[in-house]
Design a protein around this ligand. Structure first.
Ligand code: NAD
Ligand code: UD1
Length: 336
């Protein structure tokens, strides 16, 4: 059974393809490689021992998409393709709206024309905004997003909900990820950011491996136990397994459902630094820096709906997340 994985060469997509293959599905990767390398696809083959089809195509290319659907028997789409850098989205909002929203609309049109109406979409906890207290629950109102990246996720969720409301034969899962980190146990695939990382764990990894001198801890005056920001870090393999459950759901029944994918536990920036030092045996130097604009103090999930309805829960803890991130980073100090 073929599952089209847009953005499948990226961080979360590559891990999800491995788990799809392990679960007996046939993923077909569609990616324009704007934020990934082809080597990730070779690594998926090395890990699974299976060939994997891939198509270089942009999700805004309607003709290209039509060809993909005409030539393959695609049962469902897992839609990861999107740009994800918050600061870049502030400087280049049109690029984000065009790629993420425009691309999703084009993809949905191609799916509809091909009669393939099952989609699992990569949303983000960023849609909760800053007004909701943690733990975040799916029935809380979406908040005010603080940057164009977050707004694209919020609008795409609305577009997919409107699509289902207009045609109940669609089947959609909106997955709200908390903070994915970690890597596959083999150390062969992982997060490979371009330039200086924006996110905490890729930054910490590069300090530990000696590529960056020190971490800037963005604020130590938040109302949290140690004053630094608290987040719900989730192992990318747990996240990938959540997608397998979501695919099973969209293959089984119609509907439009939203699920948090998180652990329900919060760790501070300094907790992560300590866990990473332990996992790597290296010192992670840091200095306290000003707060980062747009950041909130605390964000963690209530993951109980996914457990109840999808039969999924995260099982990997912060130590394992840091060990696996470190294995990837130390085996691939310059990425792919
Ligand atoms: P990533 O950048 O590693 O993967 C995204 C992939 O999409 C890349 O391979 C990129 O080349 C591809 N892509 C981008 N635009 C495309 C287009 N127009 N056509 C075809 N391919 C395109 O990012 P990731 O961390 O794996 O994230 C995957 C998805 O999950 C994204 O939609 C992201 O916004 C969302 N998400 C990520 C996080 C996170 O912390 N990593 C959190 C919440 C949500
Ligand atoms: C960020 C994005 C979010 C996006 C997610 C995944 C913002 C405001 N939010 O989430 O929209 O979905 O990444 O791409 O950018 N930190 C430091 N020093 C650093 C980097 C981070 O102290 O160099 C702190 C942050 O202040 C925060 C925590 O580490 O408290 C986690 O940050 P990060 O990994 O960037 O994730 P989020 O901000 O939660």
């Amino acid at each position: 059974m073929s599952i089209l994985v847009t953005g499948g060469a990226g961080f979360i997509g590559s891990h999800t393809c491995v788990e799809l293959i392990n679960a007996g599905y046939e993923p077909i990767i569609l990616d324009n490689f704007s934020n990934s390398k082809r080597e990730s696809i070779n690594r998926i083959k090395e890990i699974t021992g299976k060939e994997i089809r891939f198509i270089e195509c942009d999700i805004r290319d309607r003709k290209g998409l039509d060809k993909v659907f005409a030539e393959n028997d695609i049962e469902a789409v897992i839609h990861f393709a999107g740009l994800k850098c918050v600061s870049e989205s502030v400087n280049e909002p049109l690029m984000y709206y065009d790629n993420n929203i425009g691309g999703t609309v084009t993809l949905c049109k191609a799916m509809e024309a091909a009669g393939c109406k099952r989609m699992v979409f990569s949303s983000s906890a960023t849609v909760y905004g800053s007004e909701n207290p943690s733990p975040m629950r799916e029935d809380m109102p979406e908040g005010k997003t603080t940057n164009p990246y977050g707004t694209t996720k919020l609008y795409i969720e609305r577009i997919l909900k409107d699509l289902f409301a207009s045609d109940n034969s669609w089947s959609v899962c909106l997955l709200r990820y908390f903070n994915p980190i970690g890597a596959h146990k083999s150390g062969k695939i992982g997060e490979d950011p371009k330039g200086i990382p924006n996110n905490l764990v890729p930054y910490v990894s590069q300090v530990a491996v000696g590529k960056l001198d020190h971490l800037n801890v963005c604020g130590n005056d938040y109302p949290t136990p140690d004053g630094t920001g608290v987040r719900d870090y989730i192992h990318v393999v747990d996240l990938a397994l959540g997608h397998i459950k979501a695919v099973e759901k969209v293959l089984k029944e119609t509907g439009c459902n939203t699920y948090n994918l998180g652990t329900g536990k919060g760790y501070s920036v300094l907790d992560v630094v300590k866990a990473f030092e332990k996992a790597s045996g290296r010192e992670v130097k840091y200095v306290i820096a000003p707060r980062r604009p747009g950041d909130i103090a605390i964000c963690y999930s209530d993951p109980s709906k996914a457990k109840r309805e999808l039969g999924w829960e995260a099982t990997r803890g912060i130590e394992e997340m840091c060990e696996d991130s470190w294995r990837w980073q130390s085996q691939n100090p310059n990425g792919y």
